[in-house]
Design a protein around this ligand. Structure first.
Ligand SMILES: O=C(O)CCC(=O)C(=O)O
Ligand SMILES: [Fe+2]
Length: 380
């Protein structure tokens, strides 16, 4: 399995190697492989034997009903905190994004990914910068190729959201599209208020002031929205939609369609995250893990693809402001639980992440740059 056929694939693999712009269309590749056979799958899409996906059970990842935020705050605080502690992941229902907004965003994504490759290439990374298509999301994750395509929107501070939404949405709709602009604005407002609530509940769980985390995020933090599209895959047992990684940002909110494919690790075992209609999956990222002095687990996760259906997810990665102090507060440090990580500001942490990416090759199978940074910061 080595010879490449698709011109997009050829140019993009070369471009990837040169660390320059360029994209492949995994959807085009899928079509090609279906017609011409699996020996057309390039080697760099195949994962080493030990990383290949296995059949695993759905995990009983806790589901938190946010409609109880007033009536039963103590109980949902406990459930969420325990989940963040034991799993580093949970699902939330009755959050602030309406089912119709989710459905419309999902269908915008599906329309985009099913559009002709020429349209995608017009907005590929490098041609446009703040909102762009990548034919595999290796640029985002800085590791080997995935069986995935992505469309990414980078957001400035929350105070500048209206302005950025306007600019970003014009990438796909240069003539303007008020409906789409309002849809994205509504989606991001739902993300904002759900994130704020989760941060408050998790602060309360740790006995901190409610706004302990959220004050570092609102209004001066930033975020990235990524639609991930995982075309059905004729070699699903030999590749991955996203290889094992933790999210280096603070927290991630993820909507998935009904197909399933996200897997999370707990105590050395992998579990599938069962799709729940209209729920959001919440992943604790490395930043939250550091500031919580390890109380909250950063969740190792991966995405498996399947032979039968395409899958879509929408991911919103939340970042704290640059000058946020990531050092765990004294309340979380004691003789019994010493400080786990060096004191560090958010911008210093990101400098370490970027320096690690500079050193590693984008084709490197290791996706654990974030975990390496954690390891180096660890003092206990
Ligand atoms: O698509 C998914 O389920 C997860 C994607 C993911 O982990 C990511 O984009 O960081
Ligand atoms: Fe992730």
């Amino acid at each position: 399995m080595a010879k490449l056929l698709s011109p997009f694939l050829k140019s993009s693999v070369k471009a990837d190697q040169e660390e320059s712009e360029g994209s492949i269309s995994i959807l085009e590749l899928t079509k090609e492989v279906l017609v011409r056979g699996i020996d057309k799958v390039p080697n760099n899409l195949l994962v080493p034997e030990e990383c290949r996906p296995k059949r695993i059970p759905w995990g009983e990842i806790p589901v938190v009903d946010l409609s109880k935020k007033h009536s039963d705050r103590g109980q949902i605080c406990l459930k969420m905190g325990d989940a963040a502690r034991n799993w580093g992941a949970f699902q939330v229902i009755n959050h602030a994004i309406s089912p119709s907004t989710l459905r419309k965003m999902e269908s915008e994504g599906k329309d985009f990914f099913s559009s002709p490759i020429q349209k995608k290439m017009q907005v590929r990374k490098g041609v446009t910068n703040r909102a762009y298509y990548t034919g595999n999301n290796s640029e985002e994750k800085w590791h080997s190729l995935h069986w995935a395509e992505s469309y990414v929107q980078l957001w400035n501070k929350w105070t500048e959201m209206d302005d950025t939404v306007e600019k970003q949405t014009s990438v796909l709709y240069p003539q303007g599209n008020d409906e789409y602009r309002l849809l994205v604005a509504e989606f991001m407002e739902g993300i904002r208020s759900t994130t704020e609530l989760i941060m408050e509940l998790l602060a309360e769980y740790l006995g901190l002031e409610s706004n302990f985390f959220s004050k570092f995020c609102f209004p001066n933090g930033t975020s990235v929205t990524r639609w991930n599209y995982y075309p059905l895959c004729p070699v699903a047992d030999m590749t991955l939609g996203a290889r094992q990684h933790t999210d280096p940002n603070f927290i991630t909110l993820l909507y998935q369609d009904g197909v399933g494919g996200l897997q999370v690790e707990k105590n050395g075992e992998w579990y599938g995250v069962r799709p729940i209609k209209e729920a959001l999956v919440i992943n604790i990222g490395d930043g939250f893990h550091i500031i919580s002095n390890g109380y909250f687990k950063t969740v190792l996760h991966q995405v498996v693809v399947n032979e039968h259906s395409h899958r879509l997810s929408m991911v919103c990665a939340i970042y704290l402001e640059n000058h946020a102090d990531l050092s765990a507060p004294e309340q979380l440090v004691s003789e019994r639980v010493p400080r786990l990580y060096q004191k560090i500001y958010s911008y210093e942490y990101w400098n370490l992440i970027f320096a690690g990416r500079e050193k590693s090759s984008p084709m490197d199978a290791s996706v654990l740059n974030g975990l390496n940074v954690l390891k180096n910061l660890r003092i206990f």
